[in-house]
Design a protein. Sequence first.
Length: 331
Amino acid sequence: MKELLIKLAGVSGPSGAEKHIREILSELLQPHVDKLTVDVIGNLIAYKKGTSDTPKTILLEANMDEPGVMAIHIEEKGFVRIVPVGGVKPVHLIGERIRFTNRTWGVVGVEGDKPLKDITFADLFVDIGADSQEAAEKLLAIGTAGVIDKGAFELGETKIAGKSLGNRAACAVLIDAISKMGTLQHDVVVVFAVQKEVGSRGIKTAAFKTEADIAIVVGAARAGDTPKAERSELRLGKGPAIKVMDREIVVPPQIKQLFVDTAERCKIDYQLEVSPDTTSDAGQILLTRDGIPTGAVSIPVRYVQTPSQIVDVRDMERASLLVLEIMRTYR
């Protein structure tokens, strides 16, 4: 799990430009599914046929995109102005290395001497090493997206630190579960969705197509185990969090209970997540067509929306086991 997460964390995939991470996920999925497709919006969708004569359809979902930036203007001296794509705070970008999707590198600078709390994207620029507007335009087109380039690394015995680990941990959990699921009674549809960070756009089209009987979303949730953290009961290393509510979903009680009962029956440590200020793709799936019963399992993450997040691989391993057991025992 550590090696898988570190590999995925090193791949770029800003919202709307997920090509590189999609290619890696496709390679990892290919040996374990019957069919792989990419839809019009860019979602990666995999299919695995069940053995039952009257199978139900289980939808597994995680988003593969991550927050990033986009080039919006090139100045006379070759500096590039940027805007956010998703939840990126300008103060977290200062001095960071940016890798654009066309492989151009840059370093984020800031104008003047403002207090950090007053800095906006209008104060930031990216230095791509160009000495003129003409030279910069040869390296980078307006509209090119990019992400902070910061690889993941081990932190202690069980933790991993790096950028966009909430997204990448969820993807790693699904890859791990799929690689171990073998043959199941029901059909399985796996969606690695795009554009979650800009409004859960990808899953809206993918979920509509699946006509699933139940959906299991794997995502991330803010941990509350650091000094003076915001109120949250979630702790790293105490197991995956079974979602109760976020800003866009109250999980149907029978689905939440299915997840809880499965965890307790299999002696999988778990926590309960109430996240009134955040969103997930689960809310969009729940409202698809005439409603898809949807539950979610979240990986606790420290320092969300920063370039260096931390997760515990023990939570990821337990999340994979929980997803597997729900799939195997779902009736």
